[in-house]
Design a protein around this ligand. Sequence first.
Ligand code: ATP
Length: 433
Amino acid sequence: MVSSLDEKRLEARRLPMAAALDKMEDQETSESAVESQVEEEGPVESTTHSIAQFSSKLRAMIRIRNKYQAIKKRRAEMAAGLSLSGSQPRSTSPKIFTFDTVTANSPPPLRNRKKKKKKRRVLFPSSSRRVVPTKESSRAKSCLVMLSLIVFLQVYNAIENLDDHVLKYDLEGLEKTLKREVFGQREASEELLERLSDYLSTYVHNKPLVLSLHGPTGVGKSHLGRILARHFRSVMSEQLVLQYFVLHHCPLEESATNCAWNLASRISEIVTLAEEEEKIPVFIFDEVEFMHRPLLDTLHGFFRSNRSSEYLNVIYMLISNLGQGEITKFVLQNSSSEVSMGRMWLRRDLGLLLRRTLEKHHPLWVETDIVPLTLLEKSHVMDCFLDEMTREGFYPDHVHIERLAGEILYYSVGQRQFSQTGCKQVVAKVNLL
Ligand SMILES: Nc1ncnc2c1ncn2[C@@H]1O[C@H](COP(=O)(O)OP(=O)(O)OP(=O)(O)O)[C@@H](O)[C@H]1O
């Protein structure tokens, strides 16, 4: 495209050229006149010089004329091009005229052009100052971040602490021992572990943990008590675990008050020591069915939650055959419905039944978690024989074990046989071998 300025320039060039052409035409006529005059008058030396000068001027003029013709032609072509492109707006910016072809100046094809990035613009109202608003850091936002960080750290710390507590008592180790050494009491063992794990995961409690193990004779109550005492002695110090056998420590009723006083001071001593060591002491009372009233009352006092904090971080375990009649009856009656009702439901019902009986015996059982141990079946008794024989160095012959297990008395319910004395006689029978 050619701007108006270019046109003016062309025009300006064209005018002198046109004048020169007119002059050239005049000169051509005058040249012919001169030539005719020369023909008529003959060659003269002075005229020869002026003719040579004149012919060089003429050649220059012809060159200018040719250029002018070329420019004129190009203008005509450009005008034709403009009319073809139609409504394209003419650029108002000044352009430098060159003799390059139009195609050389034409814009490159679209695909070769780089995509221009869109500028993000902030639109301001005409009345306001054109200043980009400064980003204000929100204090509420930073406070929220800080708060969530603190909460996260506290939760993380609490979880770590919980893990630390449980790890300290090695409940996983205890679980393995129970699985290996206790037969036929899977639910009771699991319940026990669950209560211990819940309690031992934290050091701050609002009441002590009181577990009460009940079951018929020979089902492994004392056996469980011994395993627990051994375990806690190994993970804590000896002094923080007390095993109290009523028939051994306080057999006579007349000395019960004195026993109670001694027991209370012993408990206080151990609790204080445990508080210093930041550990939870364990008290295991066996043969509780023989415990006299003053001792039961003393224990009841320790189970209450109105005592100072060190007395709340304690585990008490009561072992007795109280309620054994109820357990035997319940197991035999529900042996066939175990699968249909589910063992957990039966255990819950049995627990409620036992609580009613035990609360009549002494109110301290209101504060306890009751863990019933069930009757052992013939297969469990055989496991007891196998274990005992291996321990005593006998070859564990299956036929021999079956014969020994057959000498024990059983309750028969359908296909199932429940031992009337659990594994109580196993040790004695193996000793006779
Ligand atoms: N469930 C069991 N698993 C392994 N061994 C057992 C089990 N029950 C009993 N025994 C064995 O039988 C012996 C006697 O058991 P334990 O003293 O625990 O009976 P108990 O339930 O306390 O009975 P009691 O109320 O008459 O004292 C134990 O030494 C133990 O070796």
